[in-house]
Design a protein around this ligand. Structure first.
Ligand code: C2E
Ligand code: MG
Ligand code: MG
Ligand code: MG
Length: 273
């Protein structure tokens, strides 16, 4: 590996960089194999319907049991999969497996799609195929997309999203409030629900100003006829505040951690929220 110094044009050999690229290549090969063999894991996190006080959805969160590094979170391999062109395959494989697991979970299912996946020409067909194969009602499926995903090349994904929504599949805007022109997106993008980022939820009980912002976000979503979900609910006080302010759904460690299907089945949600 040779890095050229930007200004002098002198090539500098950097052994650390060399090791990184070797490691990267190895990781990439392992990731490709894991995806091909369908050996990644999915954990499911419960989502509480606040008014009805029952678990109405489960969000599928992918994990990778790495041969030497242990259980990896998406932040440790999703960006790599995106760069390497593997993310579409991964997202659709997660969808397929999650749709199969939905029968056991017995509630609605939410899955995360990368912007790169949305730009793939076949993704809509693959989603429909998975639904048909498992005889899952489209209205049981929620696709989560992040705001940043919505910025570039709208024409590449908008049609597909509209088509799926026409069939009854629902769309959530993930990590809402984290930046970009949040407000503008609410009217330009076909969505059903906004997931308010956990950084806002963490401020409940901490800062009056932040609570006012959160309140305004909930009101704004309501004004657009959208459902609201608060991410990262970690304690009872946060949940009570959200209930008082008309938030529809809550998700976070206080409700339940991401868990395997078996754990989800074992766990009796008898806890009164
Ligand atoms: P996300 O969709 O916003 O998911 C919520 C993240 O917050 C998850 O992290 C979850 O474990 C974590 N979380 C849940 N409750 C709490 C809480 O009370 N407190 C705190 N501090 N954190 C909480 P995770 O599993 O590491 O996933 C990170 C991101 O990776 C997800 O963010 C999602 O954008 C992405 N992701 C997950 N699965 C997939 C997938 O299959 N495909 C793609 N493309 N992205 C995925
Ligand atoms: Mg999500
Ligand atoms: Mg989120
Ligand atoms: Mg988030």
């Amino acid at each position: 590996y040779q890095a050229k110094h930007a200004r002098t044009g002198i090539a500098v050999y950097d052994p650390a960089q060399d090791l990184n690229s070797l490691e990267r290549l190895e990781t990439l090969q392992q990731l490709r194999k894991t995806i091909q063999e369908g050996r990644f894991l999915i954990q499911y996190q419960p989502i509480l319907s606040i008014q009805d006080r029952f678990i109405s959805k489960w969000e599928a969160l992918v994990r990778w049991e790495h041969p030497t590094r242990g259980l990896l979170r998406p932040s440790e391999f999703v960006p790599l999969a995106e760069e390497a062109g593997l993310i579409g395959e991964l997202d659709l494989a997660v969808l397929k497996q999650a749709v199969q697991n939905q029968k056991q979970l017995g509630a609605e299912l939410a899955i995360n799609f990368s912007a790169v996946t949305l730009a793939h020409p076949n993704w809509v067909r693959e989603v429909v195929r998975s639904l048909v194969e498992e005889a899952l009602q489209p209205s049981m499926l929620w696709i989560e997309i992040t705001e940043s995903a919505l910025l570039p090349e709208r024409q590449k994904w908008l049609g597909g999203l509209v088509a799926l929504r026409g069939l009854g599949v629902r769309v959530s805007l993930d990590d809402f409030g984290m930046g970009y022109s949040s407000l503008a997106h609410l009217k330009q993008v076909p969505i059903d629900l906004v997931k308010i980022d956990k950084s806002f939820v963490a401020e409940i009980g901490q800062s009056h100003t932040s609570e006012e912002i959160l309140r305004a976000m909930l009101q704004l979503a309501n004004a657009f006829g959208l459902k609201t979900l608060a991410e990262g609910v970690e304690n009872r006080a946060q949940l009570e505040w959200l209930a008082r302010h008309g938030c529809h759904y809550a998700q976070g460690y206080y409700i339940g951690l991401p868990m395997s299907v078996d754990q989800a089945l074992e766990k009796v949600f008898s806890k009164v929220f």
